[in-house]
Design a protein. Structure first.
Length: 150
């Protein structure tokens, strides 16, 4: 084959450092728009985004030219700098060090979009910690809980 063709769809989940509730309703839409711009600048696309005050869910189409770890370094680093510029209440904003990444197929996108859109209601019943552990176990990902919550 003379060209590289890919479909790299990833559901990303990561939290603010120490799960501080710093993603306010006022800043959230602009944060997701900014993250979408970072992804576009890195040959990737934001398909959908949602979350709650202490974490985000991003559904992305990842570039074939970048390792996921490098892409996330850009997304988290640049968006952290941007949010700090949005007001004094964000001056101590940081993302947690790690992230969860879960591959999915195109046929799964509508259900994931619905799930991401319902995050605020979802977290009235389940904490972020419970959600992440469920996602890790559902996907057969081994983890050490001591390092999940930095």
């Amino acid at each position: 084959m003379s060209q590289t063709l890919t479909s790299l769809l990833v559901h990303l989940v990561f939290s603010t450092k120490n799960r501080e509730p710093l993603i306010t309703p006022d800043v959230e839409p602009n944060l997701f728009a900014y993250i979408g711009g970072i992804l576009r600048n890195n040959q990737s696309r934001l398909l959908d985004a949602g979350g709650d005050r202490d974490h985000v869910h991003l559904l992305i189409s990842q570039s074939k030219n970048l390792a996921l770890s490098n892409l996330l370094k850009e997304v988290k680093g640049d968006s952290s700098l941007w949010i700090k510029s949005q007001g004094r209440e964000f001056r101590y904003f940081h993302w947690q060090d790690g992230y969860g990444a879960f591959s999915f197929g195109k046929s799964d996108l509508p259900a994931l979009q619905k799930y991401v859109a319902a995050q605020k209601d979802h977290h009235k019943k389940q904490t972020f910690k419970e959600e992440l552990i469920f996602m890790l176990e559902e996907n057969g990902i081994e983890y050490d809980e001591r390092y999940l919550w930095n």
